[in-house]
Structures are given as C-alpha cells and as structure tokens.
Design a protein around this ligand. Structure first.
Ligand code: DX5
Ligand code: ZN
Length: 217
C-alpha cells in the first residue's frame, strides 16, 4: 500500500528565522521541504527565489521540492537545479507544450513536476504525463497560503490515480489541513503539501504527527 508523505511548505514559516524554522521542522522527521517560488506575474504575490533556495540548500539535506509559480519557467529551471532543487515543478498554464522542459529538468537530474490550477482541465496535461515524475494538483489558486481547499482537486487526483497511463507521483497543494488531508489520500495523493497547517501550529511535532496519522488512517 502507498504511504503518503507530508511536505511542509516554508511559505508559512517565519522568514526572519529561516534557519531555526528549518531545524525545527527537520526535527519532526519530515521527508522534504516544499518551496514556493512566486514572481508577482503568474501569481499576484512575491515570495523568494534563487538566492534563498541556495541558502536553504546550504543548511539542510532534506529533498527540496521547488514549486515554480512563474511565467517563464523554461528560462529558470536549470538555475533552480543548480541552486539545489531535487524536484522542479512548472505550471501547465504558462507552457504551450511542457514536454521539452520536463525532459530538460529530468536530464538535469531533478524530478520533473507539472502543476495545474483548479480551473485548468485535467485534459490539458494528459499528453505530458509520460514526461512527468510528479503531478502537482492545486487545490487553491496559487499565490497565498491559508486559503480554503477546493474539492475539484479530489476529482483530478482520483482520475489520475485510476489512469494506467499515469505513473507519476501525485501531489496536492493548498488548504491541506487536519480536516482535508484524509480525503486527499483517499483520492490518491502521495505527497501532501501543508503550509499554515504546519507552521501555524504552536507545536510542530504534534501537528506533523497528527497530520501523518490522519493521512495514514
Ligand atoms: C500556494 C502555494 C502553497 C502554499 C500552501 O500558492 O503553492 O504551497 O504554501 O499553503 P497552505 O497549506 O496554507 O494552503
Ligand atoms: Zn506550492
């Protein structure tokens, strides 16, 4: 049976204490970090980019799952790989044909991820599935943490899970919390991104343990 993996998103951590936040979240035993890169164009917000990812790489050995919410991922993917990304996810909405970029990411040695926003039909990514190591199903419009989970993601996850042409890992992102996490796993998610549900807690260990328990129940 599949064992789902929690991916804390640093977007919701205290950026003024980034290294300590990484230490604290590592201590809970998580298996990776989800890093949200925003450009103020593809999404109406800015977060952090290459220099911050390099700095994070220098202080942790955890796999870095980099989510590029940017207009021109083809111009930046190689640089995010050089900065230390282990997985690079790009958005279907900004790529006419994502396949060449996914192949380039794979050839660079990173895992290649393709994401789609809640309004984007699943059909748009089907031809690219053989080029994906991971599909990131958005359950909010990207740009901000702390939004409400959109169940349209569950239908996409189920359809991908049941599609014999899909052997990518399935990841879900946005509004994943103690009330929604079990539904995500049931629908087929392997990787569960959680920002505010983790970093909004007073006790990270307790929250990570309870999210893991709910995900495995
Ligand atoms: C949204 C980002 C998410 C965000 C999730 O634009 O892609 O990764 O950090 O935050 P929560 O878990 O608070 O919805
Ligand atoms: Zn994300």
């Amino acid at each position: 049976s599949r064992s789902p993996v929690l991916m804390p998103s640093l977007l919701a951590c205290d950026f003024a204490n980034l290294q300590q936040e990484i230490r604290d979240i590592e201590a809970t035993g998580v298996h990776g970090l989800h890093l949200d890169v925003m450009d103020g164009h593809f999404v109406p917000n800015l977060s952090f980019g290459l220099p911050v990812i390099e700095a994070i790489r220098a202080v942790t050995d955890l796999p870095l799952d980099v989510h590029l919410m940017i207009d021109n991922p083809a111009e930046y993917a190689a640089r995010y790989r050089d900065a230390g990304a282990d997985c690079i996810t790009v958005h279907a909405e900004v790529l006419d044909d994502p396949r060449p970029l996914l192949d380039e990411i794979r050839e660079s040695g990173a895992m290649a991820g393709l994401s789609l926003n809640p309004p984007t039909p699943l059909e748009t990514i089907l031809p690219a599935l053989p080029h994906c190591d991971l599909v990131l199903v958005m359950s909010v419009m990207p740009g901000f943490g702390g939004q409400e989970f959109d169940p349209v993601a569950l239908e996409k996850l189920s359809r991908l899970r049941d599609d014999p042409a899909c052997d990518a890992l399935l990841e879900v992102d946005g509004g994943v919390n103690p009330s929604t996490i079990a539904d995500c796993v049931r629908a087929g998610a392997d990787l569960l991104v959680a920002g505010t549900a983790v970093f909004g807690a007073d006790d990270y260990q307790q929250r990570v343990d309870s999210l893991n328990q709910l995900a495995r129940s």
